[in-house]
Ligand binder design. Structure first.
Ligand code: SF4
Length: 360
């Protein structure tokens, strides 16, 4: 991977080092360069959480490395398991900030939803993650660590099959960390997950979508559109400045370049964006494009429902919206509610942990 950083990598967790930096650390600890490959293999392929588990690495080298670099930076601060098997994890980072990731088992498939920022700058009106803005970007290591933690919790019982980058934060505003993190997750010497199983979701930044399209390999792209009308979209996603048509054009170029059909996500809010005219506008903008529209009836966040008068639409309204899109020629899926019984909506676990009095 990249060359060692100029400012040194002292005390960074091993997960935050490039391969070259791990090699430099191994040599600085008296090891041989080939032993760096062994260390990296234990770290990424086996996902060990203790140097002591690196069986073929000499004890002296393990001790010296452990003195310089903790293996990982994040710890599980809270785990919330819903009746349907969805497990939401709150991870505490080295600077005590917290982020969420969610493990979603569904038949043969197990999907992990990861975060890319602490908080989120996009401020969608229906989302708990955007309530306090963004504090900082996650590092590449902090993004990949979410995968390591999830894999470890699943153990041998279930294999992690899919990754969606749809948690806290706007992934395309942290491309400098996201791209190396995805590379690590995709790499055969890393986590070894196929690019077709990885989906990155953006709330629509055309310039960053171009940069994402220029990166290899071809990951799936999802665009959180929510509304096809510019004025309505600005109400729902107040920080969004790009017109809907520009966002859709950039997504279509992504399809042209990568051959991956784009999914448009629409969080449905009763009376706000689930009306017949909203479906008509969506058909006008997307109807002729090869794409799928994924409808997500809003997962209520108490704090927002009360303050902003938001409601989850009844099933009949969702069905009517979906039918209108289908009649307009669109491919439509409706997301089932998962883990709804326990702090399921994005950012809620973190919100509640922050509101709760400190333990002890
Ligand atoms: S829905 Fe996604 S983009 Fe919007 S505020 Fe929440 S985390 Fe950010």
């Amino acid at each position: 991977m990249d060359a060692p950083r100029a400012d040194g990598a002292a005390r960074l967790p091993l997960t935050d080092l490039t391969d070259a930096e791990v090699t430099a650390a191994v040599v600085a600890c008296g090891g041989k360069p080939f032993q760096a490959r062994q260390v990296l293999h234990w770290l990424w392929r086996h996902g060990v959480d203790d140097y002591a588990q690196m069986g073929n690495v000499p004890a002296q080298l393990r001790t010296a490395l452990a003195e310089r670099h903790p293996l990982r930076g994040a710890t599980v601060a809270k785990a919330d398991l819903a009746d349907d098997g969805t497990e939401k994890l709150l991870l505490r980072l080295r600077d005590a900030e917290t982020v969420e990731c969610v493990v979603i088992p569904d038949g043969e498939r197990t999907t992990l939803c990861v975060s890319t920022q602490v908080g989120c700058p996009v401020a969608c009106i229906f989302c708990a993650s955007g309530m306090a803005g963004v504090k900082r970007n996650l590092t590449a290591g902090e993004i990949v660590e979410q995968v390591l933690v999830a894999r470890r919790r699943l153990g041998a019982a279930r294999r992690l099959t899919n990754l969606v980058v749809m948690g806290m934060g706007e992934p395309l505003l942290n491309l400098d960390a996201l791209l190396p993190a995805l590379q690590r997750i995709h790499d055969a010497d890393g986590i070894d997950m196929g690019a077709r199983r990885i989906t990155v979701s953006t709330s629509g930044y055309p310039r960053q979508m171009e940069r994402f399209a220029a990166a290899d390999p071809a990951y799936n792209l999802a665009v959180s559109l929510h509304a096809a009308d510019d004025a309505l979209r600005r109400e729902l996603v107040p920080t969004s400045s790009a017109p809907v048509r520009e966002i859709v054009e950039a997504a279509h170029r992504y399809f042209g370049r990568k051959g991956r059909e784009v999914t448009y996500e629409v969080v449905l809010l009763e009376g706000r964006n689930d009306r017949p005219q909203d479906a008509v506008a969506m058909v006008e903008v997307l109807g002729a494009l090869p794409c799928t529209v994924n409808l997500i009836p809003w997962n209520p966040v108490e704090e927002l429902a009360a303050a902003r008068g938001l409601r989850r639409p009844a099933k009949a309204r969702v069905d009517a919206f979906a039918d209108a899109l289908r009649r307009g020629g669109l491919n439509v899926t409706v997301r089932r509610q998962r883990g709804a019984d326990r702090s399921a909506a994005c950012g809620q676990l973190r919100l509640r942990a922050a509101a709760a009095p400190p333990a002890g």
